[in-house]
Design a protein around this ligand. Structure first.
Ligand code: ACO
Length: 428
C-alpha cells in the first residue's frame, strides 16, 4: 500500500500521499490540501517545498552528491566535454558518436546572430554590466525568431529553438566582452568545437591568429560542466515559472539570467573576487574579515561561503579547488588573492561560527580565481556562470513543457490592513 501521512486540522483528519524519489527522498503531496481543508502551507524561501518532480539532476546536500541524469559530476568533469553534457542534460542520455556529431553540426550551423542585433551592442553604454546586456540580448532573440513564440510548437520546432539558443549564446557572450574592450567582434568559426569557438571569439583578434592553450580550453570545459545544472535553484525555478505561463524559451532564459545576476546566487563569483581584493588591499588580515562576517551588526557576509542545500561540502568546490591549483601552476600564474582565499577557508573551517552553521566554500569561492587567471575581467564572471548553466535551464524548461506543468502561481497569507474606505485627498 502506498505511504500516506495524516494531518489533523481541528476535528478533521486528512490523509496526504507520500511521493518517493529514486534515491528514497520523501515528499508529502499537499496539492489537494487547500481544496480539502481551506488551509495553505507557508514556506518563505521555499526551504521545504518541492515545486516539481524532475528526472534531470540529483543532489544530496548532506552527502555532497551531485549527478546529472545519474552520472556523478566528478566523472563528467573529468571525462566529458561541455557540449556532450549539454546533450545529456537536455535529451536525457549520453549521445552515441553519430548523435553527437549530428548535434555538434546542428549547433555549428546556427552560431551566427542576426546582423541587426549588432545595433543593440552599439546602444548599450560601454561600461554597462554584461549581465544586463546578456539578459536583454537573449530576450531579444525572441523578436528575431518569432516562430519560438508558439506554445503549441512541435517537439521538432522546440528543438530547433533550443539548438539556436545553444549556438548563439557563446556568440552573444563573447561579443559583449569584445564591446567592453572596444574591440571588433570575431565571428564564429564552425570548424572549432563549442568551447574552442567561444574562446576564439573571446580571445581571438582580427589582426592575428591566436592559438588557444589546451589547458585553457580544458579548464573552461570543466568549469562549464560544473555549472551546467543544479536542480531547482533561484534562476532555474525562475526559468520554469516564467516558462509555465507558456512564455517562449528565449524570454524564460532571459528571466533566469536576471535571477542569476544577484550576489546571493551567480553574482557571488564576482562578489568573491571583489571581497578578496578588498581584504588584500586592507592588509590581508583574514581573521579581521571573518570577525566582520560573524558580527550580526555588520551586514558583511563571507562571499562564496554557505549554500542553501550543501551542508557538508559542495562537491563542485572540491573539484574546482584542485582545478584552480592545477591551472595556476600550469599557466605559471601567481595570484596573491589565491593565498588569501586558502587562508580564509582554512580559518573559517576551524571556526565554530562556520562549523556550527555548516558553512563551507561553495562553487563560487574558487571559480573567480580561475576565470581571472584565464584573463576574464571580474564583471564577466557571472556571464560565464550563465554560459555554463544554459543547458540546465534549457533541460528544465523542456521538462516543464513536456510534462505540461500548470502555471506557477504561489499563494500568500495577507497581513495588510483590513477593509477601509477611501478618503478624498482634500480630507487627508
Ligand atoms: N557569511 C556569514 N554568515 C553566513 C553566511 C556567510 N556567507 N551564510 C550564511 N550565514 C549565516 C547566517 O547569518 C545565518 O546565521 P544565524 O543562524 O545566526 O542567523 C546562518 O548562517 C544561516 O544563513 P541563511 O541565510 O539562513 O542560509 P541560507 O541557506 O538561506 O543562505 C546563502 C544560503 C544565500 C548561499 C548564504 O549562505 C549566503 O548569503 N552566502 C554568501 C553568498 C554566496 O556565496 N552565494 C552563492 C551561493 S552558491 C550559488 O549560487 C552557485
Amino acid at each position: 500500500m502506498s505511504e500516506t501521512v495524516s494531518l489533523n486540522i481541528g476535528d478533521k483528519q486528512v490523509k496526504l500521499p507520500v511521493i518517493t524519489g529514486t534515491e528514497n527522498e520523501k515528499a508529502i503531496d499537499i496539492s489537494k490540501i487547500r481544496a480539502e481543508t481551506g488551509y495553505i502551507t507557508l514556506d518563505p524561501g521555499f526551504k521545504n517545498t518541492g515545486a516539481t518532480t524532475s528526472a534531470i539532476t540529483y543532489l544530496d546536500g548532506e552527502e555532497g552528491i551531485l549527478r546529472y541524469r545519474g552520472y556523478p559530476i566528478e566523472e563528467l568533469a573529468e571525462k566529458s566535454s561541455f557540449l556532450e553534457v549539454a546533450y545529456l542534460l537536455i535529451y536525457g542520455e549520453l549521445p552515441t558518436k553519430s548523435e553527437f556529431i549530428d548535434f555538434q553540426n546542428k549547433v555549428s550551423r546556427h552560431t551566427l546572430i542576426h546582423e541587426d542585433m549588432k545595433k543593440f551592442f552599439e546602444g548599450f553604454p560601454t561600461k554597462s554590466h554584461p549581465m544586463g546586456q546578456l539578459s536583454a540580448l537573449v530576450g531579444a532573440l525572441s523578436a528575431f525568431y518569432p516562430e519560438s513564440l508558439n506554445p503549441d510548437a512541435t517537439e521538432e520546432e522546440d528543438n530547433l529553438t533550443i539548438i539556436k539558443l545553444l549556438a548563439k549564446f557563446p556568440t552573444i557572450v563573447s561579443w559583449i566582452y569584445k564591446k567592453s574592450l572596444g574591440h571588433p567582434v570575431i565571428y564564429p568559426k564552425n570548424s572549432l568545437d563549442y568551447v574552442g569557438n567561444y574562446l576564439n571569439m573571446t580571445f581571438g583578434q582580427l589582426t592575428e591568429d591566436v592559438e588557444i592553450d589546451p589547458i585553457v580550453s580544458s579548464a573552461m570545459n570543466k568549469l562549464l560542466i560544473l555549472h551546467a545544472d543544479h536542480e531547482q535553484n533561484c534562476s532555474t525555478s525562475t526559468v520554469r515559472i516564467v516558462g509555465s505561463s507558456n512564455a517562449n524559451l528565449f524570454t524564460s532564459i532571459s528571466a533566469g539570467i536576471s535571477a542569476l545576476w544577484g550576489p546571493l546566487h551567480g553574482g557571488a563569483n564576482q562578489a568573491v573576487i571583489e571581497m578578496l581584493e578588498k581584504i588584500k588591499e586592507d592588509g590581508g588580515d583574514s581573521e579581521k574579515w571573518l570577525a566582520k562576517a560573524k558580527d550580526k551588526n555588520d551586514p558583511f557576509r563571507l562571499m562564496g561561503f554557505g549554500h542553501r542545500v550543501y551542508k557538508n561540502f559542495d562537491p563542485r568546490a572540491k573539484i574546482i579547488k584542485k582545478a584552480c591549483d592545477d591551472i595556476l601552476n600550469n599557466l605559471g600564474v601567481k595570484d596573491p588573492v589565491l593565498d588569501i582565499a586558502k587562508k580564509l577557508e582554512e580559518t573559517a573551517l576551524n571556526d565554530s561560527y562556520f562549523v556550527d552553521r555548516k558553512l563551507y566554500p561553495n562553487v563560487d569561492f574558487y571559480s573567480g580565481i580561475i576565470y581571472r587567471a584565464l584573463g576574464f575581467p571580474t564583471d564577466m564572471f557571472t556571464v560565464l556562470f550563465a554560459l555554463g548553466r544554459l543547458p540546465g535551464w534549457i533541460a528544465q524548461w523542456k521538462e516543464m513543457r513536456t510534462n505540461k506543468e500548470p502555471i506557477g502561481r504561489p499563494r500568500q497569507i495577507y497581513t495588510g490592513e483590513g477593509k477601509r474606505h477611501f478618503v478624498a485627498l482634500k480630507d487627508r
